[in-house]
Design a protein around this ligand. Structure first.
Ligand code: NDP
Length: 232
């Protein structure tokens, strides 16, 4: 499979890149900056010919379009897109104190970015039995579990759930699966040291979903890494 993963430099995105490469897939590892970090460089060396790092700033449509143009020119198709890049701005900030840039920044990275990635890469998802768009969401986006905080983050994740449902309906005739996935509370820079979950384990489960090894109710679009429905 040819898999595009955004935010592959660290955290869950890095672990997804590792897990996908270990299963023999090819990964286009999207990174915000022009140069991959040391950890990702080591991974590229470890799996020669399987991982290619490409600058993909989800807030910069040109970088996304450039990737799509390159793949088209190389006659490459895309089997799966994992919209993983995300940001948690304004953690714990009361709405009375909320800076506009936290709201705009959260929506740019967590929602508008994935929409632009889908805009440019969906036309390349023409072949393959395991095609899927996986949008990494969060339990924080659940209306049922709203907790009165982290407004920009939580609301942008609610919106990516809606994007996932909309897209699921749009591409259902093409045989492309679409899910919004809560990866669990995992130990990354975002999740923090106290997080109980292992991002490597989450990543392996997400690749299982990609490989259709997980049983999922066909009606579900917001799920956890075990494929179980999340409360909308
Ligand atoms: P991290 O903060 O550890 O990593 C975030 C990644 O996103 C980094 O690789 C970062 O790149 C990248 N990124 C940020 N902005 C951009 C951008 N504009 N363009 C491209 N890449 C960008 O977060 P996690 O790995 O924990 O989070 C991954 C996903 O999982 C997110 O969508 C998050 O919301 C979700 N999630 C995480 C949970 C957790 O407990 N950790 C819980 C629920 C959901 P760079 O290195 O350049 O900064």
């Amino acid at each position: 499979m040819n898999i595009v993963i955004t935010g592959a430099n660290r955290g869950l995105g890095y672990e997804l890149t590792l897990a996908a490469a270990q299963r023999g897939h090819k990964v286009i590892a999207g990174i915000r900056s022009s140069q991959p970090g040391g950890k990702l460089l080591e991974l590229i060396d470890l799996f020669p010919g399987q991982i290619g790092a490409v600058q993909l700033d989800v807030c910069n449509e040109e970088t996304i379009a450039r990737l799509a143009e390159r793949l088209l020119a190389e006659r490459q198709t895309v089997d799966a897109v994992i919209n993983n890049a995300g940001i948690l701005l304004g953690r714990g900030v009361a709405i009375e104190e909320m800076p506009m840039e936290d709201i705009v920044g959260s929506f740019e990275i967590n929602l508008f970015g994935p929409m632009m990635v889908i805009k440019h890469l969906l036309p390349l998802m023409t072949d393959g039995a395991l095609r899927a768009v996986l949008n990494i969401s969060s339990e924080a986006g659940s209306l049922t579990h709203a907790y009165g905080g982290d407004y920009p983050y939580a609301i942008s994740k609610t919106a990516i759930n809606m994007l996932s449902k909309q897209l699921k309906e749009y591409v259902k005739e093409r045989g492309i699966r679409v899910y919004a996935i809560h990866p669990g509370w995992i130990k990354t820079d975002m999740g923090g040291e106290k997080a109980p979950g292992d991002p490597a384990e989450s990543a392996r489960s997400i690749i299982d979903i990609l490989e259709m090894k997980t049983e999922i109710d066909p009606e579900c679009f917001f799920i956890n890494v075990k494929g179980e429905p999340m409360p909308i």
